[in-house]
Design a protein around this ligand. Sequence first.
Ligand code: UD1
Ligand code: UDP
Length: 387
Amino acid sequence: MNQTHRIFNVVGARPQIIKAAALSRALREHYAGLLEEVMVHSGQHYDRNMSDVFFEEMGIPRPAHHLHVGSGTHGRQTGEMMRGMEDLIRSENPRLVVVYGDTNTTLAAALAAAKLKVPVAHVEAGLRSFNKYMPEEINRVLCDHVSTLLFTPSRQAEINLAREGIVHSGEEPFDIDHPAVVHTGDVMFDNALYYGREDTGDSRVLDRLDIRDKPYVLATLHRDMNTDDPGRLQAVMGTLLEIAEKEKITVVIPLHPRTRKMIAEFRMGKSTASSQWFRITDPVSYLEMITLEKNARLIMTDSGGVQKEAHFFKKACIVFRKETEWVELVNHGTACLVDASPEKIREAWDLFRDQNNLDFPPFYGEGNAASLIAGTILRFLERGKSS
Ligand code: UD1
Ligand code: UDP
């Protein structure tokens, strides 16, 4: 009889829960009895619409362990998570720990596991913005350097890893010093294909926001560089408002709690609340979000995930950042970096507003990333070697 290998699937922030849904689905459908998934939630995101809603809607198993760490400064939050993860790894004894992306949850789980000599599998390895003022850049670089299995979503990610000396080890068994770099494509593409079918999205959101069959722009904003600097926050929100009023086009903004808090703190709420063209709403569910993405005229965002979903759903994307990890999109010309510059935002709007025949090549794999990841993990564990 085959042995069942216990693995931790670690989530904490919204995009990780969404990414974990893809692996969780692949594990249930094809690896039951071979890989035992133990879902662990750090508690980094905790509002219902930032966490629970995704478990319910995407059919993800409830976390077997919840650290309830909550919000805090980087050091405090990461430290609390490391303490909790260390205790959990010691008591549950997983054979491998899967982490996603670049949040404090990713870093905490990766460091705790690596120091306990439990191999780390990093989903979304190799992405780089080359801007270490982003907390995410620090998290992803450190995580990659303690991982044993590095799953890359894009070809550029492999190149980035090679530049740092992280290349696929020719010799098995893999370990922390001889890692495996495996190009799988992006689990978010798996999700976009799976949930993006005609019969899935939740189109009631279009009625709730009174935008069914009407043109609208979808915008999200949550990066600390944009929210915590009143000048940048005002520049982006003010320019969105100006475009909405001038062009008489609705701008839908599912507002991240961080941004809502900072808009209140900087007392910017009045102008945005008073425009008939602004639809500011609480964060929406994933199925609502992809409905909004699919039906938008174009998308404006500083989110990593939303940039790619714009691509998956064939929408031009204006990115409120100086640089991006998803360079293929910018090089190809369907995404445009505008920083927080009103002039650049207006120029990009003029460029993209009426573009209907852009093409969107398959940069992020074939939609089977989660199966490739699960298969690689199983083969690695079957060889019976830990880092
Ligand atoms: C985090 C990640 C970021 C990711 C984003 C996804 C880090 C360093 N940052 O940023 O990479 O893109 O998640 O959304 O890990 N808050 C609530 N309710 C919640 C969660 C947060 O009110 O459920 C508020 C709190 O005031 C908190 C603030 O949002 O202080 C920021 O949350 P935090 O998780 O620290 O960072 P994010 O900006 O969400
Ligand atoms: N998302 C969502 N509801 C929202 C906003 C975003 O479900 O109100 C989804 C979005 O579709 C994508 C993911 O959250 O799958 C992106 O997460 P986020 O922007 O918080 O973080 P990032 O990707 O920048 O790390």
